[in-house]
Design a protein around this ligand. Structure first.
Ligand code: GLA
Length: 417
């Protein structure tokens, strides 16, 4: 963290010839549970991680916005007047590459829905560096958007609150970058609190922080980055979103938030098999988020939508007393649901999850949008190296490239400095 700050100050100075007026930073995130539920207006439970993007900002006395970074050897420049004049269509077409995350946020701040007025604000120089791995499903893009959104909000005195800044970042991602993503990543990056997860209701946007209690339980969260790259601006992510919208329309509800586990038999009758399985994932995943929150808070958790051990098909399985040691089965069930019903896993993620659990992890699941990226495993500190070695060996045996494994800690959200 200190290193990145120093790098940003040095990089800023090298490009712009003077030191920045201030530094802002924002973290990536891990989603503990609640995948593809955000754009269905359901529940998510991510946490901000100790990997951050830092932006250095310098005020200019003209109306130019200039941005440079360690991502590419280029200085991108646009006048605020030209930026403000871009329609949504133009923003999608004309902003591209890494700078779309930066300029997209500035553009989104000027939208009527945020009361923004880019006509009266000064130009800025921006320099960005990050240690959030790119393409690993840890929201490197939301980290950039959230750091820039908080910085611009401060220096331009826009005075939006953090939940609204999350929406600004989401607009940048949806329109300038062109990925039809939900509100989870930016919310985690802006609202995170050390050692807590962010329990977000994506319909009301009401957020509560929930203590994870990992230290007390002797647990850590291990990230297993498979190295399989994905993009949510193309392909599978948008298709899954469309299937959810189709399912909601067929069930006569505004969003899948309004469908419960008890409605699934009716869904099965109404929907074709693929759409049903997409819907079943979202509906059971929402319930798993609620159960995880209850379990972490020490209330007895229940896992819905799974068969009993005797195969009788009962829809509930008790997962025992509360605390993080008791959420393993919920994580495992979430992964199965994404693998079998939502079909967004890949062989590398399945192997990471199976191997981690086989080597003693309390629970494991892929995290993020899927089609690549990372899995997380909840592991007792004593078992950590055993799990890491087992995963490395399994990848090598299967001929997969060595994964990058590292522990993450739940951290504070975006901040100045
Ligand atoms: C990506 C998106 C999020 C969310 C997840 C899946 O990370 O950016 O909005 O939809 O995928 O849970």
């Amino acid at each position: 963290m200190t290193d990145i700050r120093d790098d940003v100050t040095a990089g800023f100075t090298a490009v712009f010839g003077h030191e920045p007026d201030g530094l802002w930073s924002a973290p990536g995130r891990v989603n503990l549970i609640g995948e593809h539920t955000d754009y269905n207006l359901g529940f998510v439970l991510p946490f901000a991680i100790d990997r951050r993007t830092v932006v250095g900002v310098g005020l200019r006395d003209d109306r130019l916005l200039r941005a440079a970074s360690t991502f590419a050897d280029e200085l991108v420049e646009i006048s605020l007047d030209a930026l403000a004049a871009l329609s949504s269509e133009d923003a999608g077409r004309e902003l591209g590459g890494w700078s779309a995350y930066v300029l997209g946020v500035a553009w989104a701040l000027g939208l009527d829905e945020f009361g923004g007025d880019l006509a009266a604000v000064p130009g800025l120089d921006l320099f960005i560096d990050s240690d959030v791995p790119v393409g690993a499903g840890l929201s490197s893009s939301a980290a950039i958007e959230s750091a820039v959104a908080l910085a611009l909000n401060d220096v331009w005195r826009v005075e939006l609150d953090r939940p609204t800044l999350a929406r600004v970042g989401q607009r940048a991602e949806n329109i300038a970058v062109g990925a039809p993503t939900g509100i989870m990543d930016q919310s985690a990056s802006l609202l995170g609190v050390r050692d807590h997860a962010v329990f977000l209701d994506c319909r009301s946007l009401e957020a509560q922080v929930v203590p994870l209690g990992l230290d007390e339980a002797g647990l850590v969260v291990l990230v297993i980055d498979t190295g399989v790259k994905h993009s949510h601006a193309t392909g599978g992510y948008g298709e899954r979103r469309a299937a959810c919208e189709r399912g909601a329309a067929a069930m006569g509800v505004e969003s899948l938030r309004d469908v419960t586990v008890a409605d699934l038999p009716r869904a099965r009758e109404l929907l074709d098999d693929v759409t049903y399985r997409r819907v079943a994932h979202v509906v059971t995943e929402n319930q798993r988020v609620l159960d995880t929150v209850d379990t972490l808070r020490g209330e007895s958790g229940m896992l819905l939508g799974e068969a009993d051990e005797d195969g009788s098909g009962s829809s509930t399985v008790a997962v025992g007393p509360g605390g993080p040691l008791a959420i393993g089965e919920l994580l495992d069930a979430s992964h199965r649901s994404m693998r079998d019903d939502f079909e967004i896993s890949v062989p590398e993620l399945d192997l990471a999850v199976e191997t981690a659990v086989g080597a003693g992890a309390i629970g494991a699941r892929m995290t993020g949008g899927g089609f690549g990226g990372a899995a997380i495993a909840l592991v007792k500190l004593d078992d950590l190296s055993r799990v890491q070695v087992a995963v490395d060996n399994a990848f090598s045996e299967h001929g997969f490239a060595a994964p990058d494994t590292f522990v993450v800690r739940a951290s504070d959200g975006a901040a100045r400095n």
